[in-house]
Design a binder for this molecule. Structure first.
Ligand code: NAD
Length: 312
């Protein structure tokens, strides 16, 4: 056994393997630990695993090692190619799925294409493994507070098994439909979010350039018909709100390159199904250009498109 510091505390809770401990995965995994679930973790980054080791998790050397004692596997990876490589492996059938016991429940919370989620679900099903796509909404704040929204695609029985685990990390848990339905709902939401963030930044900039204080303007719009999630909890202008990426040099949070990825997923889905999305197309264009230099900054840094001084 390679797993270091294997947690041997006796509990009747299922053992969980958690793969991908970035801005979202780390706080989600921490909440599972706090709730008493035995947890083995794996990430390519040693820095990421160290944080979880300090919180009480067992650190594994590979996804297979993490899943050795697990009844449930949860992943929170950047994009479809990472999910594909972890579960299906480079050859398509030499990934983690091939190593799991029948009846294992796999919950992938990464935001990826619905088609990719269906591919993994199909491979899992052939091996007697339950797979759910369960992307989330709520940002890093929601991940830390355990108030995420989970948007799940997959079979009823697997959903019922997953619900109590998801309830530890989230507040609202939706069963959107069959495999892939969680991802479709998620990209609809994120296309809207990209449009709202770009629009909110644009409106604040218009006010500031016309002599308004960004906080006063934000308070006004928050109590008026322009109210939206970005004004409520994620204002893009520095120092209007505490504890948001815009007041912390746009570090942490949800990287612009991930928003760009989600908008591209939405555009691909729209094209495949011949649905018109002109506002989504504009937001995609804005984030494509913005991510060239600001890909690792939080997506609220789209504010810098109007006023580059916000980055300093
Ligand atoms: P992140 O880049 O901060 O974290 C991803 C982690 O996965 C990193 O620690 C990386 O080292 C690890 N990783 C990459 N490939 C790996 C592999 N093969 N094996 C093990 N670990 C691997 O990203 P994030 O912000 O945590 O986002 C994760 C997912 O959640 C993305 O799909 C994103 O679109 C989605 N999401 C993010 C937010 C947000 O606010 N950050 C909100 C909702 C959904």
């Amino acid at each position: 056994m390679n797993t270091k510091d294997m947690n041997t505390t006796k509990t009747d809770k299922p053992h969980i393997a958690f793969i991908g401990l970035g801005n979202m995965g780390a706080p989600m995994a921490e909440n599972l630990l706090k709730a008493g679930y035995p947890l083995s973790v794996y990430d390519l980054s040693a820095e990421a695993t160290e944080r979880l080791q300090q919180a009480g998790a067992s650190v594994a050397d590979s996804p297979k090692d993490a899943a050795r004692h697990a009844q449930i596997v949860i992943s929170m990876l950047p994009a479809g190619k990472h999910v594909h490589s972890v579960y299906l492996g480079e050859g398509g059938s030499d990934g983690l799925l091939a190593e799991l016991a029948k009846g294992t429940l796999v919950i992938d919370s990464s935001t990826i294409a619905a088609a990719d989620a269906r591919t993994v679900a199909e491979a899992a099903s052939k091996l007697g493994i339950d797979f759910l796509d369960a992307p989330v909404s709520g940002g890093t704040g929601g991940a830390i507070a355990g108030t995420l929204t989970f948007i799940v695609g997959g079979e009823d029985t697997a959903f019922a098994k997953a619900e109590p685990i998801l309830a530890v990390m989230g507040k609202n848990i939706f069963h959107a439909g069959e495999h892939g339905a969680g991802q479709v709902a998620k990209i609809c939401n994120n296309m809207l979010l990209g449009i709202l963030m770009a629009g909110t930044a644009e409106a604040i900039n218009l006010g500031v350039k016309n002599g308004l204080d960004p906080k006063v303007l934000s308070d006004i719009m928050l109590q008026s018909s322009g109210r939206n999630w970005t004004l409520e909890v994620y204002n893009p202008y520095p120092q209007v709100m505490e504890n948001v990426p815009s007041s912390n040099g746009y570090q942490g949070g949800f990287m612009s390159k991930l928003m760009q990825k989600d908008l591209n997923l939405a555009m691909q889905t729209a094209e495949d199904t011949q649905v018109e999305t002109p506002m989504g197309a504009k937001a995609t264009e804005l984030y494509e250009a913005h991510a060239i230099e600001n890909g690792d900054r939080d997506f609220s840094s789209i504010m810098a498109r109007h006023d580059s001084s916000v980055l300093t």
